[in-house]
Design a protein around this ligand. Structure first.
Ligand code: TPP
Ligand code: MG
Length: 359
């Protein structure tokens, strides 16, 4: 029976820097990423990785509550950080400490947060980032709601929100995308598809061949990119944010990447994940890839890296020190953080009980 086509769509994939560190000549290095910027981005990625390694070590020695490592996912975070404008807002989930720090959140705040201390959610004035947010999928609602408010106030800003592959199965994600499309909110959502949601693999999460195509149902442009390619991450996010800021509405991006570590320090991935999969992703490492590119252009030397390693070790140590030098938190702060207005009756009672206990 002949039928007319009601709708047709396709999803593109963007890769610029391949696994060997070679630039796709038909695309070229994105305008806005000269060698000096790429060197800066390299240094940041190295910083993220060393920061994470330190945090994992702190956790193992009882100096940190828990931690969600970003190792393997550095490229999307720094590419997206460089694509943002100062006035834009960041809505992170719980694995975006890299982009948060690149946007001005002190590393000491990240460590403070993961120690269960609310003071890790209070950032210096002018740092446009929400705090770490764990409820899976909720970040979409926050990002879209903020973007709708900015649009209503006619502020020249876009919002960049992050969720994971697992997050796309949550109702919050779909409600957020629907509102974003219907109200043309100036928002970009990056789905960090790191192939796993704790022990649930990507193929069990959804029957959709890509996560970027979720955009189609909501009338939003969508693009998939190589999340371990810093140039693709920058280019895709820049185009999407420019689109959002120019009044054209939202964008959904899927970063194809891999979680190299356990889900968090409370997890043991060897229980459910074939180590061969981890091995297969090692040659796609985002830092090694930019390393190969910069060395081929004679812009990066062992000496430079050695200097950076020394500087970064000192910088990371300083963040830990800043955290550990904080005065002990007041346990009653737990109650004071949640409500801006009047505290509900049952919490007032609990607070009173705690006061008596402390006394
Ligand atoms: C609403 C909700 N359900 C369950 C959890 C427990 N949980 C924390 S992270 C996570 C998996 C998230 O996977 P994904 O969205 O792929 O992000 P990733 O951890 O891989 O970065 C789950 C189920 C939660 N934090 N929030
Ligand atoms: Mg995931």
């Amino acid at each position: 029976m002949p039928r007319k086509v009601a709708f047709e769509a396709k999803i593109e994939h963007l890769q610029i820097l391949d696994e060997k560190g070679k630039v796709d000549k038909s695309i070229g290095v994105p305008a806005g990423l000269d060698d000096d910027r790429l060197l800066e981005m390299y240094r940041w990625m190295l910083f993220f990785r060393r920061f994470d390694e330190k945090a994992l070590a702190l956790q193992r020695t009882g100096r940190l509550g828990t931690y969600a490592s970003l190792i393997g996912q550095e490229a999307t975070q720094i590419g997206a950080a460089y694509a943002m404008e100062k006035q834009d807002w960041l809505v992170p989930s719980f694995r975006e400490q890299g982009i948060m720090m690149a946007r001005g959140v002190p590393g000491s705040k990240i460590i403070t947060y993961w120690n269960g201390d609310e003071r890790g959610c209070v950032f210096p004035e002018g740092v446009n980032s929400l705090p770490i947010c764990v409820p899976v999928g909720s970040q979409t609602l926050h990002a879209v709601g903020m973007a709708m408010a900015f649009a209503k106030r006619k502020e020249d800003r876009a919002v960049l929100g992050f969720i994971g592959d697992g997050g796309t199965s949550e109702g919050d994600f779909h409600e957020g995308c629907n509102f974003a499309g219907a109200f043309r909110a100036p928002v970009v959502i990056i789905v960090q598809n790191n192939q796993w949601a704790i022990s649930v693999p990507r193929h069990k999460q959804t029957a959709s061949p890509t996560l970027a195509q979720k955009s189609i149902a909501y009338g939003i442009p969508g693009l998939q990119f190589d999340g371990n390619d810093v140039m693709a991450a920058y280019q895709a996010t820049k185009e999407a944010l420019d689109h959002a800021r120019s009044g054209k509405g939202p964008y959904l991006l899927e970063a194809v990447t891999f979680r190299m570590q356990d889900h968090t320090t409370a997890d043991d991935a060897t229980k459910y994940r074939d180590p061969a999969e981890v091995e297969a992703w090692k040659p796609r490492d985002p830092i090694a890839r930019l390393d190969a590119y910069l060395r081929s252009k004679k812009k990066l030397t062992d000496e430079q890296i050695k200097t950076w390693e020394e500087e970064i070790a000192a910088e990371v140590a300083k963040e830990v020190e800043d955290r550990e030098n904080l005065p002990k938190p007041d346990p009653l702060e737990t109650f004071r953080q949640a409500f801006s207005g009047e505290m509900p009756q049952h919490l007032r009672k609990q607070m009173q009980d705690m006061k008596e206990n402390l006394a």
